[in-house]
Write a protein that binds this ligand. Sequence first.
Ligand code: UDP
Ligand code: MG
Length: 148
Amino acid sequence: MIDDMFGNITLSVIKPDAVENGYVIPILSHIVKAKFHIIALKMTELSKKSAKKFYAEHKKKLFFESLVKFMSSGPIISIILEKKNAVEDFRNLIGNTNPVYAKKGTIRNLYATSLEKNAIHGSDNNQNAFKECLFYFSSREIFLKENL
Ligand code: UDP
Ligand code: MG
């Protein structure tokens, strides 16, 4: 069950800019080399409504409308990743929200184009990781073996 993985899973999204720029494979390679295990992965596209729901915590921010437009502008890759201490380790792997401040070698340092178009999302705490996994994936999609 997904509950058993609480604390050891995170949700990532390869954002429309990175998909458009051809960075899906390099980014996945980076993630796998860092010993994250891919539990579920799909290419999808957010409607404006879904993008607003996903980023609801930011709805009062000045950048919200632009962010929603960007996140619904093209295909994305949503991914559930497993690793001990996944949330924190993955935030370290992707780097600061603003690529200008992202440490050298982090995914945002390597692949982001701006503060908004920063290539990748990573959940910020275990509770949100859990919620976000179920935002993008049904439990059937997460537990493929149970569907055989
Ligand atoms: N963002 C933006 N302008 C800002 C801050 C954030 O466009 O001033 C975008 C950026 O794409 C970021 C997303 O909004 O990844 C969510 O912001 P958050 O502060 O949650 O950053 P994250 O958790 O993604 O590092
Ligand atoms: Mg965030």
